[in-house]
Design a binder for this molecule. Structure first.
Ligand SMILES: [Zn+2]
Ligand SMILES: [Zn+2]
Length: 1016
């Protein structure tokens, strides 16, 4: 039988270089295709990709999400699951439009219209085509395995048709309506924005605005005026009312100002009145001379929501320029004056202000109030103010007509559906519930261009025609079909249909849809819901033709793959994609479209600060992958808890590299000795020793624990299990077994080989490149780790693991005790006493060797105990009870409990909740933790000192061997200066430890080594 020759490993892994090598290998061997082929027909694991906007290169935060998706898809693939790997691109809507506008240098909608909608649509598609390719390359480099040529693009006609079908259903249920209301409006984008788009923290910034206190003189009450406070001077010309809190107390100051008493506690008031006594009073508006104000009667209205925390307790109401103001106009039948047009500029009936933006008009408004003596005071205020989620322009309020889907009837079914979903981390389930409880009606219309064309054809007869499919459109069209290239503006706008009620010819409304409709429908559109026959490339229609080869499957396929077993996106998607897909699926099918969710927080820099180009701490994904390597980036992403902001940076990457090196070094150690032996896996029958049995069990434990962590979608658990294992492997098994490897012990080599190869399979989903690279070196150059079976779960010898864990605890504490006494490990000591680690008792010899002591005793350690509270842990747990516990511990009023626990002041304290210090008696050094105490005798006699010098000599000679480039197996002749002669009491031991065949004493020379000649 041929002996396998292992290729030597470099000292350090060059991550980027080996990753390129593996990428080429996967490409050449079509590894991913082989994996899919192998799993075809196996049990199904249904994953649905949340589409990523293809408008720019991907950033490191995208790398985070992509890594998590890939880790669990790879894991499931290794478990034999048949899966879908369809990647999604979000490809229409404001996302894309704003980027194209920037590229073309446009700043307003007018410029788009002058440019031409057809040409603009082409530019949007081009941008998506370009960046979907860029992103694909980036994610391939990250190691993500996807069906890259069959992506879904949300601007496909098929996707659009499925949304049309959804909208028709919604209309049939009576949920669709046109609302005339005040909404947040972006003056640059020229469209309203919805609650769910704008709800994110990042959509608010600190801004400085004017802060004006303005007098509204009361009619018929000479010298008296209401005082209001505003930070939006542009809304004053549209004022129609002033609101007071009916139950609050108001007062009139000596100089004739009415304000809420609670807002001005230091003011002296003459007359006082309850708010409801002021209701109904009329006042002179601040800009009554404007044409817009003709005929408006200004009066005081009651409003329970008036704040007494800021301002004057009297609120200026302009229903055309604020959401609450608009609601009040309905209750109190107030006129609605709209001051601005869709680009945020003042309209003609506003006199001299016409054409000015909301910012530009502040100054002339203030000047006019000042001149007329209406300004009480003026200043500025810095406050949090909403900006457009897409273009960052400060928002205003406008009253417009928008299309809404009522959330009333769907709310409870969505809550019920969410109740069936398993969220990781679990606390996010409640966040989703909170969002669903508070969600308003879904504003689905945007006054824009390259987006889902809303298929609404309102007729003057009062009927709203909603088209549910392209077939229906073709059937009912009266003109325009011949030029319909794809279901986008401007082409779709040319198609007229016949009203189903009266037969009139009707045109489509110009609005396009919210982009979250595009992403929310994909559980239906990509899986062929209600599609009678499978259509090859049938999804790649309209704008996506030529970009993708995706099929449109048939309904049977949908039945197989819906709902998704698992989806994973960022936490902010609770109000975005998780919400929209749930809304649409519950509407169409009554079920949640996903059974499990993994969600995660944002990516910050390595100091925990948000990354920004302007702060100079932004890291580009491409650069990160090339500088640190994809595996290292993946490890960083996976090691941290998804419920915390993730820290990402090069210093953290270096730390990961150091941690990964431990496992690499273990593999390199194996290869070195396997080459020397030479060793062939499984070739020779070898009797395993105790430590081999321990490592086998420890490996089984890794397999069991990591599998459990994968099953609960918890990467930090996988990483922690692997890192603890790599430490045990290197710092216990290999270190304790060195001599056996020097002696080519086949049992040790076999045990180490099995452990390394099992660990590689377990860790492969997280760091696929390094795992594949080492697998090819350790198992077979022609076989992929991803085609190997997942390691079988075998029984774990818990007792044995506990024994060795106890030994490692004792050794760790023994080292700490030695450190405190400043006794280096090479100095042998006489005695060690262990208390509280009974499981370690059978390992006296190993403990003695590890800690370089002559005797190990198990028994009581005489020492003084001091227990302190671990404040960061106990503080939050005990709250104000902490004081009592602290006093009890300080005065020694405590009781020791088994397992390192304590009782104090009536509380039981766990080992991690306290800091235990023990002081030994004279001549002893003591260390304690988790209920184990270890004491070493510190006294040294001549014998111990001499032996310490022997250890020093061995250490020095072995360093010389390495420095002088000796092979591990080279035998040497060692020459000592005469003053080291006493050490020859230990001659045999020195020879063994440095591979010396002879030791000479030479009066004229210092310490030296030379290669020994071939042995006779
Ligand atoms: Zn905008
Ligand atoms: Zn009609």
């Amino acid at each position: 039988m041929a002996v396998q020759v292992f290729q030597p490993l470099p000292t350090l892994p060059d991550h980027p270089a080996l990753e390129q090598e593996i990428l080429e290998l996967w490409e050449r061997e079509e590894t991913f295709e082989q994996v899919r082929e192998r799993n075809r027909g196996g049990p199904k694991f249904s994953f649905m990709d949340g589409p990523m906007t293809a408008n720019n290169p991907a950033g490191v935060h995208h790398g985070h999400g992509r890594t998590l998706k890939d880790v669990f898809q790879r894991y499931k693939a290794m478990r034999g699951f048949d899966q879908r790997y369809q990647n999604g691109f979000d490809s229409q809507g404001l996302w894309v439009e704003v980027e194209v506008e920037k590229a073309l240098g446009f700043g307003s909608k007018r410029e788009i219209e002058e440019y031409g909608l057809a040409e603009f649509a082409r530019k949007c598609r081009e941008r998506v085509a370009h960046y979907s390719e860029v992103q694909t390359e980036q994610f391939r480099r990250l190691g993500q395995w996807m069906d890259w040529d069959n992506d879904y693009y949300t601007f496909s006609d098929t996707n659009i048709e499925y949304i049309w079908g959804f909208l028709k259903t919604v209309h049939e249920r009576g949920w669709l309506y046109m609302g005339h209301r005040s909404t947040q409006w972006c003056p640059r984008c020229g469209t309203s924005l919805s609650q769910h788009e704008q709800a994110g923290e990042e959509n608010y910034v600190e801004m400085e605005h004017p802060s004006l206190y303005v007098r509204f003189p009361l009619v018929g009450r000479e010298g008296e005026a209401l005082v209001v406070w505003t930070t939006t001077p542009w809304t004053l010309p549209a004022n129609v009312a002033a609101a007071v809190e009916p139950d609050a107390e108001y007062g009139l100051t000596e100089d004739g100002r009415w304000v809420a008493v609670a807002c001005f506690p230091d003011e002296t008031f003459g007359r006082r009145a309850r708010g409801d006594e002021l209701v109904g009073l009329e006042y002179t508006g601040p800009f009554d001379d404007l044409p817009a104000q003709a005929g408006v009667v200004h009066r005081v209205i009651p409003w329970d929501e008036v704040s007494l925390e800021e301002g004057t307790g009297i609120v200026h109401i302009a229903p055309g320029a604020g959401a609450e103001d608009f609601e009040l106009s309905r209750v109190h039948d107030l006129p609605v004056l709209a001051p601005i047009d869709e680009s945020g500029r003042m309209l003609p009936p506003y006199g001299d202000f016409v054409g000015l933006s909301t910012i530009e008009v502040a100054e002339p408004v203030t000047a006019s109030l000042r001149e007329r003596g209406l300004l009480v005071s003026e200043g500025t205020i810095v406050h949090r103010y909403p900006i457009c989620w897409r273009c960052k322009t400060p928002l205003v309020f406008r009253v417009v007509d928008d299309w809404f889907i009522s959330a009333e009837e769907i709310r409870q079914p969505m809550l019920d559906a969410n109740d069936t979903v398993e969220w990781t981390p679990p606390q996010y389930k409640k966040r989703m519930d909170d969002w669903l409880r508070n969600m308003g009606d879904w504003n689905i219309s945007r006054k824009r261009y390259f987006g889902l064309p809303l298929p609404f054809y309102p007729c003057e007869c009062g009927d709203l025609n909603v088209i549910g499919s392209r077939a229906e459109l073709e059937q009912r069209a009266v003109s325009g079909l011949e030029q319909l290239q794809e279901l986008h503006r401007p082409w779709i706008d040319e198609v007229r249909i016949r009203c189903e009620q009266c037969g009139r010819e009707v045109a489509r409304i110009p609005e396009v849809g919210d982009a979250w409709l595009d992403a929310g429908i994909v559980h239906f559109s990509t899986l062929g819901w209600r599609n009678p026959v499978w259509r090859e490339h049938g999804y790649a229609t309209g704008a996506s033709a030529g970009l993708s080869g995706a099929d449109l499957p048939d309904h049977a396929y949908w039945e197989e793959w819906f709902p998704a077993d698992w989806v994973s996106e960022m936490r902010e998607q609770i109000r975005l994609w998780f919400y929209s897909q749930c809304f649409m699926a519950v509407t169409l099918d009554g079920r949640s479209p996903y059974e499990r969710v993994l969600t995660y927080e944002k990516v910050f820099d390595q100091y925990g600060k948000p990354m920004h180009k302007s702060s100079g701490n932004q890291i580009e994904l491409d650069e990160a992958l090339e500088r640190m390597g994809a595996d290292v980036a993946r490890w960083l992403y996976c090691a941290q808890s998804p419920s915390q902001p993730l820290r990402f940076g090069y210093a953290l990457a270096d730390d990961v590299k150091r941690r990964l090196l431990r496992f690499w070094n273990s593999a390199a150690f194996f290869v070195t000795y396997a080459r020397i032996a030479p060793f062939e896996p499984g070739a020779a029958a070898a009797e395993p020793q105790g430590l081999d049995r321990w490592l086998a069990s420890r490996t089984a434990q890794l397999v069991r624990d990591a599998t459990a962590e994968y099953e609960r979608f918890w990467t930090p658990g996988v990483v922690a299990a692997f890192e603890a294992y790599a430490d045990d492997l290197s710092n216990w098994y290999i270190r304790r077994s060195r001599r056996r490897f020097w002696n080519d012990d086949p049992a040790a080599l076999q045990t180490l080989w099995e452990s390394l190869t099992q660990a590689l399979r377990v860790v492969a989903p997280v760091m696929p490149f390094l795992a594949e690279y080492l697998w090819r070196r350790l198992v077979s150059p022609d076989e992929s780790v991803f085609l190997a079976d997942w390691p079988a779960e075998v029984e774990v010898d818990e007792a044995l693991l506990e024994e060795v864990a106890a030994v490692r605890r004792v050794v760790e504490l023994g080292r700490r005790a030695r450190d405190e006494a400043r006794l280096k490990l090479r100095q042998p000591l006489r005695r060690l006493v262990v208390e509280g680690a009974a499981a370690a008792a059978a390992h006296e010899r190993e403990i003695a060797e590890e800690l370089n002591v002559k005797e190990v005793e198990f028994g009581a350690v005489e020492s003084e105990l001091r227990v302190k509270p671990n404040l960061p842990v106990l503080g939050p747990k005990l709250g104000k009870e902490l004081g009592a516990v602290r006093v009890a511990l300080a005065t020694g009023e405590l009781e020791q409990l088994p397992g390192g626990r304590f009782r104090a002041a009536g509380y039981e304290l766990e080992p991690h909740e306290v800091i235990v210090e023990r002081t030994g008696r004279e001549g002893w050094a003591v260390a304690a933790a988790d209920g184990v105490t270890v004491a070493v005798e510190t006294a040294l006699d001549d014998d111990l000192l001499l032996e310490g010098r022997v250890f020093d000599l061995v250490h020095e000679v072995n360093s010389m061997r390495r420095q002088q480039g000796f092979e591990l197996t080279d035998r040497i002749v060692l020459t000592l200066p005469p003053d080291l002669e006493p050490l020859l009491r230990w001659e045999q031991r020195i020879k063994e430890d440095v591979l010396a065949v002879e030791i000479r004493l030479d009066g004229s020379a210092g310490l030296s080594i030379a290669k020994a000649g071939p042995r006779a």
